[in-house]
Design a protein around this ligand. Sequence first.
Ligand code: ZN
Length: 203
Amino acid sequence: MLQVEIHDDAVDELMAIGRFAAHRDWVPATSGNFSRRLDAHHIAITRSGADKGALGPDDFLVVRLDGPLPLGVSAETPLHVARYRNEPSIGAVVHIHSLAATVLSRVLADRGAIELEGFEMHKALSGFTTHESNVRLPIFPNAQDTEQLARTVEAAIAGSGVPGYLLAGHGLYAWGTTMDQARRHVEGLEFLLRCSLEERRLS
Ligand SMILES: [Zn+2]
Protein backbone atom coordinates (compact mmCIF):
# COMPACT_ATOMS: atom_id res chain seq x y z
CA MET A 1 0.00 0.00 0.00
CA LEU A 2 1.27 3.46 -0.85
CA GLN A 3 2.27 5.59 2.12
CA VAL A 4 0.18 8.77 2.27
CA GLU A 5 2.35 11.87 2.56
CA ILE A 6 1.47 14.95 4.58
CA HIS A 7 1.63 17.66 1.94
CA ASP A 8 3.14 21.06 2.65
CA ASP A 9 -0.19 22.90 2.86
CA ALA A 10 -1.36 20.55 5.61
CA VAL A 11 1.88 20.96 7.56
CA ASP A 12 1.69 24.76 7.22
CA GLU A 13 -1.93 24.85 8.43
CA LEU A 14 -1.21 22.60 11.41
CA MET A 15 1.87 24.57 12.46
CA ALA A 16 -0.09 27.83 12.10
CA ILE A 17 -3.01 26.68 14.27
CA GLY A 18 -0.48 25.52 16.87
CA ARG A 19 1.14 28.94 17.03
CA PHE A 20 -2.28 30.63 17.08
CA ALA A 21 -3.49 28.51 20.02
CA ALA A 22 -0.22 28.71 21.96
CA HIS A 23 -0.13 32.50 21.58
CA ARG A 24 -3.52 32.61 23.33
CA ASP A 25 -2.43 30.23 26.12
CA TRP A 26 -4.94 27.60 25.02
CA VAL A 27 -2.48 24.68 24.92
CA PRO A 28 -0.25 24.87 28.05
CA ALA A 29 2.35 22.22 28.85
CA THR A 30 2.14 20.41 25.46
CA SER A 31 -1.63 19.89 25.85
CA GLY A 32 -4.15 20.06 23.02
CA ASN A 33 -4.00 18.47 19.60
CA PHE A 34 -4.78 19.38 16.01
CA SER A 35 -5.67 17.35 12.97
CA ARG A 36 -6.46 17.90 9.31
CA ARG A 37 -7.98 15.67 6.68
CA LEU A 38 -5.61 14.55 3.92
CA ASP A 39 -8.12 12.56 1.85
CA ALA A 40 -11.25 10.45 2.33
CA HIS A 41 -9.39 7.86 4.41
CA HIS A 42 -6.50 9.67 6.12
CA ILE A 43 -5.79 12.53 8.48
CA ALA A 44 -2.62 14.15 9.80
CA ILE A 45 -2.50 14.71 13.57
CA THR A 46 -0.02 16.12 16.06
CA ARG A 47 2.21 13.58 17.78
CA SER A 48 1.98 13.14 21.54
CA GLY A 49 4.05 15.47 23.71
CA ALA A 50 4.86 18.12 21.11
CA ASP A 51 5.03 21.79 22.11
CA LYS A 52 2.07 23.11 20.13
CA GLY A 53 3.57 26.59 19.84
CA ALA A 54 6.72 25.29 18.15
CA LEU A 55 5.49 22.48 15.90
CA GLY A 56 7.84 21.34 13.15
CA PRO A 57 7.30 19.15 10.08
CA ASP A 58 8.21 16.03 12.06
CA ASP A 59 5.55 16.57 14.72
CA PHE A 60 2.68 15.07 12.68
CA LEU A 61 1.62 11.51 11.94
CA VAL A 62 -0.68 10.06 9.31
CA VAL A 63 -3.64 8.12 10.69
CA ARG A 64 -5.85 5.91 8.56
CA LEU A 65 -9.48 6.44 9.60
CA ASP A 66 -10.38 2.76 9.42
CA GLY A 67 -7.05 1.33 10.53
CA PRO A 68 -5.04 0.81 13.73
CA LEU A 69 -3.47 3.87 15.32
CA PRO A 70 0.26 4.31 14.72
CA LEU A 71 2.62 4.53 17.67
CA GLY A 72 3.27 8.00 19.02
CA VAL A 73 -0.05 9.66 18.28
CA SER A 74 -1.91 11.54 20.97
CA ALA A 75 -4.06 9.44 23.31
CA GLU A 76 -6.99 11.57 22.15
CA THR A 77 -6.66 10.54 18.51
CA PRO A 78 -9.83 8.34 18.67
CA LEU A 79 -11.88 11.48 19.40
CA HIS A 80 -10.56 13.08 16.21
CA VAL A 81 -10.95 9.95 14.09
CA ALA A 82 -14.58 9.51 15.19
CA ARG A 83 -15.46 13.05 14.06
CA TYR A 84 -13.99 12.54 10.57
CA ARG A 85 -15.63 9.14 10.22
CA ASN A 86 -19.08 10.38 11.19
CA GLU A 87 -19.02 13.68 9.29
CA PRO A 88 -17.32 13.36 5.91
CA SER A 89 -17.55 17.15 5.43
CA ILE A 90 -15.14 17.79 8.32
CA GLY A 91 -11.72 18.97 7.17
CA ALA A 92 -10.06 19.91 10.48
CA VAL A 93 -10.44 19.30 14.23
CA VAL A 94 -8.94 21.56 16.90
CA HIS A 95 -8.68 20.65 20.58
CA ILE A 96 -7.55 23.09 23.30
CA HIS A 97 -7.14 23.13 27.08
CA SER A 98 -8.02 26.77 27.72
CA LEU A 99 -8.73 28.08 31.20
CA ALA A 100 -12.35 29.05 30.44
CA ALA A 101 -13.15 25.69 28.82
CA THR A 102 -11.52 23.79 31.67
CA VAL A 103 -13.20 25.72 34.50
CA LEU A 104 -16.70 26.04 33.04
CA SER A 105 -16.84 22.41 31.94
CA ARG A 106 -16.03 21.37 35.53
CA VAL A 107 -18.46 23.74 37.21
CA LEU A 108 -21.32 22.89 34.84
CA ALA A 109 -20.55 19.20 34.29
CA ASP A 110 -23.68 18.05 36.12
CA ARG A 111 -25.89 20.00 33.70
CA GLY A 112 -24.48 18.16 30.70
CA ALA A 113 -24.18 21.36 28.65
CA ILE A 114 -23.57 25.07 28.77
CA GLU A 115 -26.37 27.20 27.35
CA LEU A 116 -25.26 30.38 25.56
CA GLU A 117 -27.91 32.91 24.61
CA GLY A 118 -28.02 36.34 23.06
CA PHE A 119 -24.39 36.82 22.05
CA GLU A 120 -23.51 38.42 18.72
CA MET A 121 -20.59 35.96 18.62
CA HIS A 122 -23.03 33.13 17.88
CA LYS A 123 -22.64 34.24 14.27
CA ALA A 124 -19.04 32.95 14.26
CA LEU A 125 -20.58 29.47 14.23
CA SER A 126 -21.60 28.06 10.89
CA GLY A 127 -25.40 27.95 10.57
CA PHE A 128 -26.06 30.60 13.24
CA THR A 129 -27.21 33.86 11.69
CA THR A 130 -28.45 35.89 14.65
CA HIS A 131 -27.73 36.59 18.31
CA GLU A 132 -31.34 35.54 18.92
CA SER A 133 -30.32 31.92 19.07
CA ASN A 134 -29.41 29.33 21.65
CA VAL A 135 -26.03 27.63 21.44
CA ARG A 136 -26.09 24.48 23.56
CA LEU A 137 -22.51 23.28 23.96
CA PRO A 138 -22.53 19.69 25.32
CA ILE A 139 -20.31 18.67 28.25
CA PHE A 140 -19.19 15.05 28.65
CA PRO A 141 -17.45 13.48 31.65
CA ASN A 142 -13.75 13.15 30.99
CA ALA A 143 -12.33 9.64 30.56
CA GLN A 144 -8.96 8.07 29.77
CA ASP A 145 -10.55 5.34 27.62
CA THR A 146 -10.87 7.61 24.60
CA GLU A 147 -12.20 4.86 22.31
CA GLN A 148 -15.24 4.45 24.58
CA LEU A 149 -15.44 8.21 25.13
CA ALA A 150 -15.55 8.76 21.38
CA ARG A 151 -18.50 6.37 21.05
CA THR A 152 -20.35 8.18 23.86
CA VAL A 153 -19.69 11.59 22.34
CA GLU A 154 -20.63 10.64 18.80
CA ALA A 155 -23.92 9.04 19.85
CA ALA A 156 -24.88 12.21 21.72
CA ILE A 157 -23.86 14.95 19.27
CA ALA A 158 -25.23 13.52 16.02
CA GLY A 159 -27.16 16.35 14.38
CA SER A 160 -26.54 18.83 17.20
CA GLY A 161 -25.65 21.67 14.81
CA VAL A 162 -23.07 23.13 17.21
CA PRO A 163 -19.50 22.55 15.96
CA GLY A 164 -17.96 21.69 19.31
CA TYR A 165 -18.19 20.02 22.72
CA LEU A 166 -16.51 20.14 26.12
CA LEU A 167 -14.88 17.44 28.20
CA ALA A 168 -15.31 18.20 31.91
CA GLY A 169 -12.20 19.58 33.58
CA HIS A 170 -10.33 18.98 30.34
CA GLY A 171 -11.05 21.23 27.37
CA LEU A 172 -12.84 22.10 24.17
CA TYR A 173 -13.14 20.26 20.85
CA ALA A 174 -14.22 22.15 17.72
CA TRP A 175 -14.18 21.38 14.01
CA GLY A 176 -14.92 22.78 10.58
CA THR A 177 -14.97 21.96 6.90
CA THR A 178 -11.57 23.68 6.59
CA MET A 179 -8.85 24.64 9.06
CA ASP A 180 -9.92 28.29 8.69
CA GLN A 181 -13.48 27.41 9.67
CA ALA A 182 -12.32 25.18 12.54
CA ARG A 183 -10.17 28.05 13.82
CA ARG A 184 -13.11 30.46 13.63
CA HIS A 185 -15.29 27.99 15.51
CA VAL A 186 -12.77 27.36 18.28
CA GLU A 187 -12.09 31.08 18.62
CA GLY A 188 -15.81 31.92 18.69
CA LEU A 189 -16.66 29.20 21.20
CA GLU A 190 -13.69 30.12 23.40
CA PHE A 191 -14.80 33.78 23.37
CA LEU A 192 -18.33 32.73 24.36
CA LEU A 193 -16.94 30.63 27.21
CA ARG A 194 -14.84 33.56 28.46
CA CYS A 195 -17.92 35.79 28.37
CA SER A 196 -19.90 33.24 30.34
CA LEU A 197 -17.11 32.88 32.89
CA GLU A 198 -16.90 36.65 33.35
CA GLU A 199 -20.67 36.91 33.79
CA ARG A 200 -20.57 34.28 36.52
CA ARG A 201 -17.84 36.20 38.32
CA LEU A 202 -19.90 39.39 38.23
CA SER A 203 -23.20 37.88 39.35
ZN1 ZN B 1 -6.97 17.11 25.74
